[in-house]
Design a protein around this ligand. Structure first.
Ligand SMILES: Cc1cc2nc3c(=O)[nH]c(=O)nc-3n(C[C@H](O)[C@H](O)[C@H](O)COP(=O)(O)OP(=O)(O)OC[C@H]3O[C@@H](n4cnc5c(N)ncnc54)[C@H](O)[C@@H]3O)c2cc1C
Length: 511
């Protein structure tokens, strides 16, 4: 590992240069530094500009973040304390289907298989027989969340419905700082606070040769990671990779974020409330709440958006509004020549399902899996690009569903979204579910069957028919089985402590 050349005699990538010190930059630095431990020749240089700063948002995650932290050997309690984190069992959607309606998206499957068919078919059968029980009652994390309770799942749950996952809400700045300390403690990692003012390309092949900094230094490297945020200074400004614009499907193009004082007991979930021209997030942390309004500038201006957000805060605002502009879409290639774009530099899908940090993780995993030699292999980068592109498209479809499926017609945004054409992949998925409850899984899906079922149920897109295997069951016996699952879930949820007490007992941050 220590030598300049691998067993094949091909020169190894020795120096990785990362531009950007936000969540993407430091997650990448930490993961690469961990992977390179014991490779003495390898170096990582991270360049970040404290003058430019970071985007300052990105505080709700998906359960995959736990695997990322664990892969670095990070202690969960230490991480929670130092990032003011809380636990997240899912997302509560308020006013999405209709005003006044709500549903919960848990990180878990519902119930258990029935006659080999997914649980929702049994639920659909009961529904067809006149039972109005919500599918949420067959989900332990949904019932715990409704009671503001939290418990970690058992390592080996004795019943399928006790098998759930959880994620975190954390302070984005503190998480980047946490990973910075982690990475800088590993030999071979260094940081430079400077601004990249020029990117020089090699004349023969157009690969990046090096970066000129505003302190006069020239930093050359073998592999460059563009974690410079929306600017995409390497992948786009220098390499002109191109961008697929998806605003015709996902029209929101701005956000305003504002932290507020902590409310009562922190909820173990993110709340996403549909508003007149977009939606609002509420993310409970230990020391404050994160809030933001994601909106479409065609339907509301910045002043109205911030006034609307202020009016909906549960506690007093703790900072001035932070306005952000974005174009929803994806870089045509996240890996181009000797540059890999990670984080906002690689694309952006609005944070309705907290997918950006998970996409950072996914990009890092691809970089590690296809880690190049200095010659770079086109077939490998093509494959990494193909998979990443598909992951983005699957997430895009899932988010579009939230807009397309609304029954709201009270404002222009919702009326336009109801009427908009959607990608063929999503159209097919919706049609198949409405036919007989089939959930199609394409390659590279981030969201599993239960997540799609949650959305279809939450938006009332339910079929009259269901899996034939469930049809054959005795309806009385089925009703009894389902009732016993509900009772078991209710009892298990009642045994869980309040989320706030769980944190106080196990992982309270210092005041
Ligand atoms: C409104 C909004 C809400 C979001 N909410 C969520 C969420 O709840 N969950 C989630 O998973 N994701 C969310 N995201 C996405 C999430 O914030 C990002 O994926 C994450 O923060 C990573 O950002 P980044 O590191 O790519 O970019 P940034 O945080 O913008 O960091 C860019 C870095 O590059 C540096 N830089 C830029 N130009 C130069 C230069 N020329 N020279 C030197 N340094 C430079 C900057 O100084 C900075 O350090 C949200 C995004 C937005 C816009």
């Amino acid at each position: 590992m220590g030598s300049e050349r691998g067993v094949s005699g091909i020169a190894k990538v020795q120096h990785v240069v990362i531009v950007g010190g936000g969540t993407a930059g430091w997650m990448t630095a930490a993961a690469l530094a961990h992977a390179f431990r014991g490779s003495p020749g390898r170096r990582i240089t991270l360049i970040e500009s404290s003058e430019i700063g970071t985007v300052g948002v990105g505080e709700a995650t998906l359960p995959t973040i736990r695997a990322f932290n664990a892969s670095l050997g990070i202690d969960e309690v230490d991480f929670i304390r130092k990032t003011q984190a809380t636990f997240k069992l899912g997302i509560e959607f308020v006013d999405w289907h209709r005003k006044g309606g709500r549903f919960f998206h848990p990180f878990a499957p519902y119930g258990m298989k029935v006659q080999g068919a997914s649980f929702h078919h049994a639920w659909l059968r009961m529904r067809a027989a006149g039972d109005s029980t919500s599918i949420a009652e067959y989900s332990l994390p949904s019932v715990m969340a409704a009671g503001l309770r939290f418990a970690q799942p058992a390592a080996k749950p004795s019943v399928p419905f006790a098998n759930f996952a959880y994620a975190y809400h954390f302070d984005a700045t503190l998480y980047a700082r946490y990973l910075r300390e982690y990475a800088l403690a590993i030999p071979g990692v260094s940081r430079s606070d400077a601004c990249v003012i020029d990117v020089r390309l090699r004349p023969d092949d157009g690969f990046i040769d090096g970066l000129l900094l505003d302190n006069g230094e020239y930093v050359s490297g073998d592999l460059f990671v563009d974690a410079s945020g929306f600017r995409g200074i390497l992948i786009e400004r220098a390499l002109v990779t191109g961008y697929d614009d998806w605003t015709h499907w996902l029209p929101c193009d701005r956000a305003v974020a504002m932290p507020s004082e902590r409310g009562e007991s922190p909820a173990p979930y993110t709340r996403a409330t549909a508003r007149e021209a977009g939606w609002q997030w509420r993310i409970p942390l230990q020391h404050r709440e994160g809030n933001g309004y994601v909106y479409c500038s065609r339907y509301i201006d910045d002043d109205e958006a911030v006034a609307s957000l202020r009016g909906a805060l549960a506690g007093a605002a703790m900072a001035e509004p932070n306005f952000l502009r974005f174009t929803t879409g994806r870089r045509r290639k996240f890996w181009s020549r000797n540059c890999v774009a990670i984080g906002l530099a690689s694309g952006f899908i609005e944070p309705l399902e907290s997918t950006s940090i998970a996409l950072i993780q996914s990009a890092i995993a691809k970089l590690l899996a296809f880690f190049p030699e200095r010659g770079f292999s086109a077939i490998e980068t093509d494959e990494a690009n193909r998979v990443m592109r598909e992951e983005y498209e699957r997430i895009r479809d899932f988010i579009i569903l939230h807009y397309k499926a609304t029954a709201r017609d009270d404002t222009a945004l919702w009326r336009d979204c109801r009427a908009m054409p959607i990608p063929e992949t999503l159209e097919r998925k919706m049609a198949l579910f409405q036919r007989r409850g089939h959930v199609v899984a394409y390659a590279e899906e981030s969201f599993e069957e239960a997540s799609w079922v949650t959305m279809f149920a939450g938006f009332g897109l339910l079929p009259e028919q269901y899996d034939a295997r469930v049809e054959r069951m005795d309806i009385q016996a089925l009703a009894r089985d389902l009732a016993s699952i509900r009772v078991a879930i209710r009892e298990a949820a009642d045994m869980a402590p309040l989320h706030e007490s769980f944190i106080a007992r196990h992982c309270q941050a210092a005041a």
